[in-house]
Each structure stands twice: as structure tokens, then as C-alpha cells.
Write a protein that binds this ligand. Sequence first.
Ligand SMILES: C[S@@+](CC[C@H](N)C(=O)[O-])C[C@H]1O[C@@H](n2cnc3c(N)ncnc32)[C@H](O)[C@@H]1O
Length: 215
Amino acid sequence: MEYDKAYSNTENLFGTQPEKILKNHIKMLSGIRPVLDIGAGQGRHALFLARKGFIVDAIDPSRVAIETLSNKAAKEKLHIRAHQCGFEDFVPQTDYYSGIAVFGLLQTLSWRSIGLLVDKIGRWTGPGTLIFVTTFTTADPLYDHYAQTWTKIGKNSFSSDDGSIRTYFKPGEVLELFDPYETVHHWEGMGPRHRHGDGPLERHAKAEAVFLRRK
Ligand SMILES: C[S@@+](CC[C@H](N)C(=O)[O-])C[C@H]1O[C@@H](n2cnc3c(N)ncnc32)[C@H](O)[C@@H]1O
């Protein structure tokens, strides 16, 4: 997906509501350090957190995403520092984060990039950090479509001619991402039916998890 174009065409491409796992675990987040939203998009999670009083670093390579989010934050006088960059180039201005959100990003990355991201997140966490993750699993209704029409680039991972990627996690595989941390929440199943703008009705097989770094 070309996100600049998609975000220009549709105001709230992924809706306005944050993922429930963020709402449900917000009381476990410490306000002492900022929260990092990786692949923040149009900011439904960053805005939710900042409205609750958290300082948020939001990163996304999409210019339109970062402009939109910065404008909304300025209008509401919210403490969001929006950076137009990928996680690959981001340099945090804090020793570590109280929470790190990775909503809907992993399924668009190769396994190599996922490995790099997990390494970086490991360096950006400390005692008490919560990590929030949602991604797609191999039970996704579109898995067969991508497996048949795109080029296989890894285990359950496929690329289109223009470089878009879909990588699917096997059931339970998401738990291996942050092995040394405690799993506070884990759920896998069919997500709700939804549309992106005026696109077709979609439904995804999702894995969601919240991990806690104890020490
Ligand atoms: C499916 S959208 C999810 C947006 C948002 N997290 C949400 O749930 O509404 C994925 C986002 O990840 C961003 N993204 C893609 N590659 C990235 C990277 N290397 N680092 C950080 N964000 C990236 C995209 O620009 C896009 O905004």
C-alpha cells in the first residue's frame, strides 16, 4: 500500500479508535517515561495516549501521516513528538520507553526487518516496559491469495512486484518474538469485519499480544 496516497484520500484509514489491547492495559503503563508508537499512521494510538497525558514519540515514514498527526497534536496542544522516519533510522531521545506500540506493522515487513525491529525494541525497553503487538496469522482469509499471486521471499512471507510485503505468523508464533519477556495478554482469532475508506469489506486473522519486561 502506498500510504501517502491512502492517507491523503481517507481521513481515518484504520478508524479513530485505538486497539482494545491498548485501552485494556493502559493502567499498567507508567507515565514516568514516554511511549513509542512505531508505524503510527494517522495516529489513532498516539492521540489516544497523549489525550490520557502520556508523552508520545510517534514514528512513520509516511510524510502525510506525520503531517496529519503533527497538525492534530498542535491543534489539541498534545505532547506528541512526530518523526518522519522508519524504525531503522530512529534514534530515541530517552533511555527507554514505558510502552512501545507496534500495531499492524509486522505483517508488512520481511522476517529480516522483523528481526531488526525486535533487536531495536529490545534496546529501547527497560524494567516495566510494555510492548503491544498486533499482526496477521496464517489463518488469514487472504493468505492463499498472496501465496499464489506474490513471490515467496521467506516462511509464510510474500512480496509483490512493487515491493509490498505480507508476512504471516503461524498460530502462537507471535509469542516467540519477545521470548524473555512475560506475556501479559495473548489472543488469536478473527478480527471484526471492516473497510478502509470505501474499499472492500475485509476481515483478518489476527494475533495480538502484550509483553512486559520485568527487569
Ligand atoms: C497498517 S498501517 C498501521 C498504522 C497504525 N499503527 C494503526 O494501527 O492505525 C502500518 C504503518 O506502518 C508504517 N511503516 C511502514 N514501514 C515502516 C517502518 N520501516 N518503520 C516504521 N513505520 C513503518 C506505514 O507507513 C503505515 O503507516
